[in-house]
Design a protein around this ligand. Structure first.
Ligand SMILES: *Cc1c(COP(=O)(O)O)cnc(C)c1O
Length: 347
């Protein structure tokens, strides 16, 4: 195996990891520091993070029949679920190209993994391909990122519902980009006993905090709790998340700005010669360089101080593909200007 590699971003405009570019207003930061000052850091955290869960339930309108489990980022939740169901004669399944951690974590828990290819043109989910892979492989666990990373699209709801109905095991809908998508499977949690919904605060401006949450019926979450380490969410994260959730409008406004900027960035990318961009329901945009080597574009951007994600070589459907995080208007303009200069210098 290879360890998950995080490239150095020192001195670069960081548009590679779907971080929120906005900071909180100064007054709010001061209030936050007051809260942190009172945290008893000599004591272990609340192992249940009860106050934080209550705050999440209220602010995000999580229904009473849904239980909540917290993870140190949703990556940890993926690991916990994968550990809970792991057996060397089992298979986990996810559409691909998709989020790389599903495959990586399946390997670490010594369980098989089946990637089901998406439609090469628009990265939509193909009903027949998914259902026949499910029939054949009988996966104990299916991950579906909604919207998908790195392609940015929302899969057809009816097809996903069909997948949930036909799955012999658990289905996790990973809504990491929920804040930008305006679509969710939370409303279906009551209808299916094999469904869990996972989200994270990372893409909403709290990537440094590491807080993911899993929603589902207690029959599942009570079992998964047996694997969670008792103090996985530290006191500073708990109090910080509680604090910002009580000012949720700040995060919601930032998400709304990012959605406006996404529209503009998508337009600019689409109007750029030699670029094909795909529409996105997330805070990033996937694009392909046409007749140009994406490696060269990536390296050229980096040499001029802009770091994005190079996906060329990561999957056969992602030839000459790059992914850029939607940032502030100003940073998006810096990116698009440099990108256009590099493309011009080709001719
Ligand atoms: C970023 C991302 C995650 C991981 O989020 P963390 O909460 O920061 O661990 C999970 N799933 C998808 C699809 C992502 O893009």
């Amino acid at each position: 195996m290879q360890a998950y590699h995080v490239p150095s971003s020192a001195g670069l405009l960081k548009l590679d990891a779907m971080e929120n570019p906005y900071v909180w207003p100064e007054e709010l930061r001061q209030k936050w520091l007051q809260v942190l000052k009172e945290v008893p850091i000599n004591r272990y955290p609340d192992a249940d993070a009860a106050a934080l869960k209550e705050r999440l339930r209220t602010v995000l309108a999580i229904p009473d029949y849904v239980s909540i489990m917290l993870g140190n980022g949703s990556d940890e939740l993926i690991q916990i679920i994968a550990l809970a169901l792991a057996r060397s004669d089992r298979t986990y399944l996810a559409p691909e190209p998709g989020f790389v951690m599903y495959r990586l974590i399946s390997q670490t828990v010594n369980t098989g993994f089946c990637g089901v290819q998406l439609n090469p043109d628009d990265f939509s989910m193909e009903r027949t391909a998914m259902l026949s892979a499910i029939e054949e492989r009988q996966p104990a666990l299916i991950f579906i990122a909604y919207p998908n990373n790195p392609t940015g699209n929302l899969f057809d709801r009816e097809i996903v519902l069909d997948v949930i109905k036909h799955a012999p095991g658990l289905v996790v809908i990973d809504e990491a980009y929920h804040a930008f998508a305006g679509a969710s499977f939370m409303e279906y949690l009551d209808d299916f006993d094999n469904l869990l919904v996972m989200r994270t605060l990372s893409k909403s401006g709290l990537a440094g905090l590491r807080l993911g949450y899993l929603l589902g019926k207690s029959a599942w979450l009570d079992e998964l709790e047996k694997i969670r380490l008792p103090y996985n969410i530290n006191s500073l994260s708990q109090k910080s998340a509680e604090f910002i959730l009580s000012h949720y409008e700040v995060l919601a406004d930032q998400a709304a700005s990012i959605c406006r900027n996404r529209k503009e960035l998508y337009r600019q990318l689409s109007e750029t010669d030699g670029i094909k961009a795909w529409p996105s329901a997330a805070n990033f945009i996937l694009f392909r360089t046409l007749g140009l080597d994406a490696n060269r574009i990536f390296t050229g951007l980096k040499a001029r101080g802009v770091l994005i994600k190079n996906l060329h070589g990561s999957h056969s459907l992602l030839q000459n593909c790059l992914r850029v995080t939607v940032s502030t208007e100003k940073e998006n303009t810096v990116f698009i200007d440099i990108l256009r200069q590099i493309i011009q210098s080709y001719h």
